[in-house]
Design a protein around this ligand. Structure first.
Ligand SMILES: [Zn+2]
Ligand SMILES: [Zn+2]
Length: 135
């Protein structure tokens, strides 16, 4: 089976010919059960969009109160919180991520970190593509 990516905004331009290796699920639809088989590259691109999730991520990763959060507040930048504390509001997502990472390094506490879209969807952002923690 080849990758089902048809997103013109993806690096493959929606014409991917790689073998599908990962099943991703659209989380912005009502029932949340529509799945697609993507290759690794397109899957990570799709997960970055916040519209898709993999099923294994749902099984073992639950957001906790002490986790790090970057919350997209349309027209009001990004709120950053960590370990139950509010860190600050940033107009730029990169600045928000930098502030969160520096708080993690300062406190030496390494929780999961999440990006919350303006629709309330959470994406795990603290695990890099190579499986390492981001900070
Ligand atoms: Zn692909
Ligand atoms: Zn693609």
């Amino acid at each position: 089976m080849t990758c089902e990516c048809s997103d013109p905004g993806c690096e493959c331009k929606g014409e991917c010919a790689n073998d599908a290796t990962t099943t991703v699920r659209r989380i912005d639809m009502e029932d949340g059960t529509t799945t697609f088989d993507f290759c690794d590259d397109c899957a990570s691109d799709a997960l970055d969009s916040g519209v898709f999730a993999t099923d294994d991520e749902d099984d073992n990763e639950e957001p906790l109160e002490d986790d790090g959060y970057i919350v997209d507040r349309p027209f009001h930048g990004y709120d950053v919180s960590y370990a139950g504390k509010f860190i600050g509001n940033f107009s730029d997502r990169d600045d928000a991520e930098r502030a969160l990472i520096s708080a993690i390094k300062r406190d030496q506490f390494f929780p999961n970190c999440w990006f919350e879209s303006d629709h309330g969807n959470l994406t795990l952002i603290s695990v890099l593509d190579n499986g390492n923690y981001w900070a």
